[in-house]
Design a protein around this ligand. Structure first.
Ligand code: PLP
Length: 307
């Protein structure tokens, strides 16, 4: 149970990953995906202090932003329902207005009571403009705004709770990166002797700078070699890797974040990137709700699906 929110959380345990190169590197995965069925992984961590703050400021509505398959949208909808907030999702893509039923993420969010505002891709880019926010206020009344992907100072504070005392023995901490909020939290709570590695799930040079704003340590690196062409882009190689990993470890990875990161880690181990005998802790940040939606796309493209 989380003392701040009253949410019932399961323990996030470190599980050993046994792999072809286990003689070189000791690899563990922190099962943050298991802390809560929907509010899994970093999305709970990122929402936690935002909800606490919104409540203490007297807000009854949370408003946030996201795309059609957003884990953050699903998590905000669920968190709002469980914690007594109304929720509003500003969704990128006007065409989705008529597709809520067939979109797993939006359908789920709606079933939690989330109301949507669909906007064009162009309007979405201006989502933080004062005029747009003012028009949202006129339409929905007052709300506590959580940025796209959920990253702000409160989110980072929540992510600083991912590591615990026993994790100090690890030499490397690895995590997938979207906006970088989770990585920033991990950096802040890491020991200076630990190396924190972020694996970018998207193309873009802005991330390095974004993350720097939130951290004061320098014991971290952002790797951009395993984004597979960009956000939510996948190929057959990646899907096969995710399926093989599931078969061998009995752990499900998602195709947008954790699958790409783990693919990268295996590749780096093979290249001898980590010092022999290193202890590596990988954070499973969840994201499994997106698999159904991704499989629909994979079928359309004639690619193998996530089993
Ligand atoms: C949102 C998300 C991330 C990225 O987190 P950021 O804090 O935005 O970098 C990583 N993994 C999963 C599964 C996510 O849903």
């Amino acid at each position: 149970m989380d003392a701040n929110t009253g949410f019932k959380l399961s323990n996030s345990v470190n599980e050993r990953v046994v792999h072809q190169y286990s003689n070189l590197v000791d690899l563990y995965i922190k099962r943050e995906d298991q802390i809560h069925p929907i509010l899994s992984g970093n999305k709970y961590r990122k929402l936690k202090y935002n909800m606490v703050t919104a409540k203490s400021l007297g807000y009854s509505t949370l408003l946030t932003f996201g795309g059609a398959f957003s884990n953050h949208i699903a998590a905000t909808a669920k968190a709002g329902k469980a914690y007594g907030f109304k929720t509003i999702g500003v969704i990128r893509g006007e065409e989705l207005l008529t597709k809520v039923q067939e979109n797993e993420t939006l359908n789920y969010a709606q079933s939690c009571g989330m109301r949507f505002k669909f906007v064009s891709r162009i309007a979405y880019r201006k989502k933080n403009d004062l005029n747009f926010l003012k028009s949202l206020k006129e339409e929905f009344g007052s709300f506590y705004r959580i940025p796209e992907g959920g990253t702000n100072a409160n989110a980072i504070k929540g992510c600083e709770e991912i590591l615990n005392k026993a994790d100090e023995k690890f030499n490397y901490i690895c995590c997938s990166v979207g906006t970088g909020g989770t990585l920033a939290g991990l950096i802040n709570c890491s020991k200076p002797s630990q190396q924190v590695f972020g694996f970018s799930a998207l193309k873009g040079d802005f991330l390095q700078e974004d993350i720097s704003k939130f951290v004061s340590k320098t014991n971290w690196t952002l790797n951009s070699d395993y984004h597979f062409g960009g956000y939510a882009k996948v190929n057959e190689d990646l899907i096969k890797f995710i399926n093989k990993f599931k078969n061998e470890q009995n752990i499900q990875l998602d195709p947008i974040y954790t699958g790409k990161m783990m693919y990268g880690i295996f590749d780096l181990i093979k290249q001898g990137f980590f010092k022999n005998g290193s202890k590596v802790l990988v954070i499973h940040t969840g994201g499994l709700q997106g698999i159904k939606g991704m499989n629909k796309l994979l079928i359309k493209k004639g690619l193998p699906i996530i089993e």
